[in-house]
Write a protein that binds this ligand. Structure first.
Ligand code: CU
Length: 151
C-alpha cells in the first residue's frame, strides 16, 4: 500500500513539472512560426526585386512604378498587384500581355520576352482608368551585358 502510494505521488510530481515545460515550448514554437509567416520583407515592395521579378502595384489611378526598363531579348517576369480599392488590370498590347481583371488585393504574374527596343504603353484597360492617369511605360533597351560573355 505504502509503495503504490509513493509511485503515484512520483507520477503526479513528474506531470506537474512536465506540463509547464510543454506549455513553454509550445509558446516558443508559436512565436517562431508567427515571426516566420508574418508580413515578409517584400510586403509593399515594387520595382525590380533581388530575384529579378518586377513588381508593379496598381492603385487609383496609377502604376507604381510607372516605368520599367527591360533589356531586349531577355525574358521578363512582371508581377502585377492590385493595391487599390477597385478592380484593375495591366495590359501591354505590343507584347500581348493582359493580366485580366485583378480583384482588390489580388496579383498575377506574366512572363514575356521583348524582341524590340523602344517605349511601349502600359495601361489599365478598365474603362476610365487610363484616362484618369493609370498609364505607364515599358522601356526596352539594348542589353548592357555582352551577349557573348559568360552568364
Ligand atoms: Cu485600373
Amino acid at each position: 500500500m505504502g509503495e503504490a502510494h509513493r509511485q503515484l505521488r512520483r507520477r503526479v510530481t513528474a506531470a506537474r513539472t512536465i506540463w509547464p515545460a510543454l506549455v513553454a515550448v509550445s509558446a516558443l514554437v508559436i512565436i517562431i512560426l508567427a515571426g516566420a509567416c508574418g508580413g515578409g520583407p517584400e510586403t509593399g515592395a515594387t520595382g525590380r526585386q533581388p530575384d529579378g521579378v518586377y513588381i508593379i502595384a496598381g492603385t487609383e489611378f496609377s502604376f507604381i512604378p510607372d516605368t520599367l526598363t527591360l533589356p531586349v531579348n531577355q525574358e521578363a517576369v512582371i508581377m502585377f498587384r492590385n493595391r487599390g480599392t477597385v478592380d484593375h488590370d495591366l495590359v501591354v498590347e505590343e507584347f500581348g500581355i493582359a493580366t485580366g481583371t485583378i480583384r482588390i488585393g489580388g496579383e498575377r504574374t506574366v512572363r514575356f520576352t521583348p524582341r524590340q527596343t523602344g517605349d511601349f504603353d502600359l495601361i489599365c484597360s478598365i474603362p476610365g482608368h487610363g484616362e484618369a492617369g493609370m498609364v505607364g511605360t515599358i522601356r526596352v533597351v539594348e542589353a548592357t551585358e555582352n551577349p557573348s560573355g559568360r552568364g
